[in-house]
Design a protein. Structure first.
Length: 147
């Protein structure tokens, strides 16, 4: 697995970003746009997938990271469930539903594999900003040589 240094490097986050953009596009059209409850809920669920991956990556421990990834996966499930509502209410076509559902399912599978990988390959040290020393009084940092 390639080294991940930023949450933007995570494939599941990239997929979640595509999903979020697709959900915003779908929910901004026609009758879907007027169903404020469903529109808001599905958008928040999609954004939650992205956000939980990012928040987990910047958490203190791998256990917290895995927990956030689990939350992201649960939000992907919520998006899939709400897509059924959009289909049943004829807010989306079967083709639109399938495309968005496939992205939500893909990110869910990616997260499952990533969580499994992290559980099977625990790290002894989290990625940290070891090369930076912060001066709290000035809110500036300076490079520190580490060996």
């Amino acid at each position: 697995m390639p080294k991940i240094t930023r949450f933007e490097d995570i494939e599941a986050w990239k997929t979640a970003r595509k999903l979020t953009n697709q959900i915003y596009q779908l929910s901004g059209q026609g009758a879907f746009a007027k169903d404020f409850g469903l529109k808001d809920q599905i958008r928040r669920a999609a954004v939650s997938v992205m956000s939980n991956i990012a928040e987990g990556f910047d958490s203190r421990t791998d256990a917290q990271f895995r927990d956030y990834l689990g939350r992201a996966r649960a939000s992907a499930g919520e998006v899939r469930a709400q897509l059924y509502v959009s289909l049943d209410q004829r807010y989306t076509t079967k083709e639109q539903f399938d495309a968005a559902y496939d992205l939500a399912d893909k990110v869910s599978r990616q997260l499952f594999r990533f969580i499994s990988y992290l559980e099977a390959n625990p790290r002894t040290k989290r990625i940290r900003e070891d090369s930076l020393e912060y001066d709290v009084s000035t809110s500036r940092h300076r490079d520190v040589k580490t060996s």
